[in-house]
Design a protein around this ligand. Sequence first.
Ligand code: ARG
Length: 461
Amino acid sequence: MARKKLWGGRFSSDEDPLFAQFNDSLPFDRELLEADIEGSLAYARALERAGIFNPAERARVEKGLRAVRKDAERDPEAVLRSGAEDVHSYVEQALYARAGALALKLHTGRSRNDQVATDLRLYLKRKETGIARALDLLLETVAELAARYPQAVTPGYTHLQRAQPVLFSHHILAYGEMFLRDRDRLRDSLRRIDVSPLGSGALSGTVYPVDRRALAADLGFASAAPNSMDAVSDRDFVLDFLFFAATLMAHLSRLAEDLILYNSSEFAFVEMDDSVSSGSSLMPQKKNPDALELVRGKTGRVFGHLVAMLTVLKGLPMTYNKDLQEDKEGVFDTVRTIDACVRMVQRVLEKIRLQPGRMREAAARGYLNATELADYLVAKGLPFREAHDLVGKIVMRASELGLPLEELPLREYQAFSPLFEEGVHEALGLERTVSRRKELGGTSPAAVQRALAAYRKRIRS
Ligand code: ARG
């Protein structure tokens, strides 16, 4: 049995079922149903303004479209069972059952090319707004976590080697900065997505007197696309979104990695809440940080969607080509993935507990105050390069003796340089080391308090 197609006129034989299945997008683009109906509602009003629908026709179409939307909400699987080629065909066919030939007239001057570009923008604009809200909550939670442990000193690492002590709040606020940039990128995407392709026809514009600006405004877009050819084939807004998402996932994944390490018994700096951990089916002692491992793991697919979309676009001749049907599944999956990951990480942070004692212990071992000792010598007039060399030797000596720098006897210091005096030990204290970094961007408690206050203002703006 041949399906009712939107384009059957010039065809004399039916589709090969293999091709039909290959070509159909309804199984995934039904996600755009809501947007497609919204676009059609506005298009019906635009056709009325253009004198193509009379008010009664427009009203009948609107009523029909709303009913189609209700039906789909009530029984989403019925949409799929329809066997229509894509969501646009489905809506037209379902509207036909309610409004007869007016459903066909609704397509006057409209192509699925401008229609699908509009639908995807409407859909993604809404989703981006939802993701922005989830991101806001994450930004708040970062502030709360930083405020919850204002004193905790932890090793800061480079090369995953203990480097210099920092406040844990400073460390977590570094992620706050990343997430703020992510939010910025998202806002930027929201600005660029806000353009309506509708009324561009298949590629060359419409012959009907459709006021595209009024139509754009009716749909809540900030403007109408100025070039019909670009309008139907542009998917930069998808790239913008996927790049934002990939960068966000890179940040979430780094945080996940930090916390997975810190949650291990080798570090034991943090403890994940039971409610966001899972056990092993074999080893009864295990409590695994699965939530964060999944975040780290899901990052790959989001990167993949970005690369896939870039690749789809790079060789496309103007204008619409069916390749563009491949724009959707990656977007849908990315929306679901990042929404879930942002919420999950937010929950993990909300419930995480620190082990400040363990952190401090680690920060006190490993000569993290060696830079401080070099600075001590610099203050006494030694050039930094020489001080660096000397302190390297002192560290070697101290580790032979199995002592931290603050316990190495003064006579040992004085054997290296007469510049060492009474008071060198006090210069090496952990809290002092941290407190001295008090300029903008540093890890001293005062600087971090200021940074936290500023961060709180920034996340609310
Ligand atoms: N399902 C198609 C897509 O997602 C809709 C647009 C089809 N347009 C066309 N000229 N065949 O891209």
